[in-house]
Design a protein around this ligand. Structure first.
Ligand code: ADP
Length: 258
C-alpha cells in the first residue's frame, strides 16, 4: 500500500487531526518491477553483441588485420553480431508497435493463406539455403479471420523463421490449417532439434532460450515467440506447442474464424 497522510488544522493553525489515504499499489508495483526487469534484459541483450564487436575490432586494430584469414573470420563475426543487433532493435520496435496498436487496433478480414504466402516469400532464401522441404496444406474457403494484417504477417514470419532456424539441412516443415468448431488452427510442424519437456512452458517468455549458444548462432533475439503470443492474444487467439527432443516441434496458433 502507498499511504498519503495530510494534517488537519483548526482555525488557529494548530494540528488537530490527520487524514490517511491508503492506495493499493500492488499492480503498479508489479508493473514497475516488470518494466525495470525488461529494461535490464534489453540493456544486457544490447551490450553483449556490442562488447563482442568492440573486442574483435580492437583485436584487428592491434595487429590481427595482418593475418588475412583471421581478419576475414573476425569480420564475419562482427557482421553477424551487427545483424543480431539490428534484429533486436526491429523486434523491440515491433513490441512497441503492438503496444500502441493495443488501444486502437482496427481489424479487418484477412486471408491467412495470403499472409502465409507472403511469409514463405520473405523466408524463401533461407528455406532454399538449407534445402528444406516446405509443404502448405490449406483449404482456401476457411482461411479468413478478423485481424491486423501486418501483425498477422509477423506471427507467421516468426513461427516459420524459427522452424527454419531450428531444423537441420534437408529437413521438412509442414504448415497445416484446419477448422475446428469456430476456430481456425494453423500449425507448423518441423523436423528440428526439438525442445525439452521442462522448457515448453517458458518458450513464449521474453528473452527465454532453451540453448543460448544455438539461438545466438542463429542470430536469435529471444523475442520472436513472445511477440507471437502477444499478437495472437491481442486477437483473442491462443498459442500452443508440442515437441520432442531430436524429433521436432509443432507450434500452433488458433484464431476465431470469420
Ligand atoms: P530466438 O530468437 O532465440 O529464436 P524465440 O522467442 O523465437 O527466440 O524462441 C525462444 C526459444 O524457443 C528459442 O531460443 C529456441 O530455444 C526455442 N524454439 C523456438 N522455436 C523452436 C523450434 N521450431 N524448434 C526448436 N526450438 C525452438
Amino acid at each position: 500500500y502507498r499511504v498519503h497522510v495530510t494534517a488537519q488544522k483548526d482555525a488557529a493553525g494548530d494540528i488537530n487531526g490527520a487524514v490517511a489515504v491508503f492506495q493499493d499499489v500492488t499492480d503498479a508495483r508489479n508493473f514497475d518491477q516488470m518494466r525495470s526487469e525488461f529494461v535490464g534484459n534489453v540493456s544486457h541483450e544490447l551490450r553483449t553483441p556490442l562488447t563482442s564487436i568492440k573486442g574483435f575490432v580492437e583485436t584487428l586494430l592491434d595487429g590481427a588485420m595482418e593475418n588475412s584469414e583471421q581478419c576475414r573470420r573476425f569480420l564475419s563475426i562482427i557482421d553477424a553480431e551487427t545483424n543480431r543487433l539490428s534484429r533486436l532493435i526491429e523486434d523491440l520496435l515491433t513490441l512497441s508497435a503492438i503496444e500502441s496498436k493495443e488501444k486502437s487496433m482496427r481489424p479487418k478480414p484477412v486471408c491467412m493463406l495470403t499472409s502465409m504466402r507472403s511469409a514463405l516469400n520473405i523466408l524463401g532464401p533461407q528455406i532454399s539455403e538449407k534445402s528444406l522441404r516446405v509443404e502448405l496444406i490449406y483449404r482456401r474457403d476457411l482461411s479468413y479471420i478478423l485481424a491486423d494484417e501486418d501483425l498477422l504477417n509477423q506471427v507467421f514470419i516468426n513461427l516459420l523463421d524459427n522452424a527454419i532456424k531450428y531444423t537441420p539441412e534437408n529437413g521438412s516443415i509442414i504448415i497445416r490449417c484446419r477448422k475446428q468448431d469456430s476456430r481456425l488452427i494453423t500449425t507448423f510442424t518441423d523436423t528440428g532439434v526439438g525442445i525439452p519437456h521442462e522448457s515448453l512452458p517458458r518458450v513464449f517468455e521474453r528473452f527465454y532460450r532453451v540453448d543460448k549458444a544455438r539461438s545466438r548462432d542463429q542470430g536469435g533475439t529471444g523475442l520472436g515467440l513472445s511477440i507471437v503470443k502477444h499478437i495472437v492474444e491481442l486477437h483473442g487467439g491462443e498459442v500452443f506447442v508440442e515437441s520432442e527432443v531430436g524429433k521436432g516441434s509443432i507450434f500452433g496458433v488458433s484464431f476465431i474464424a470469420l
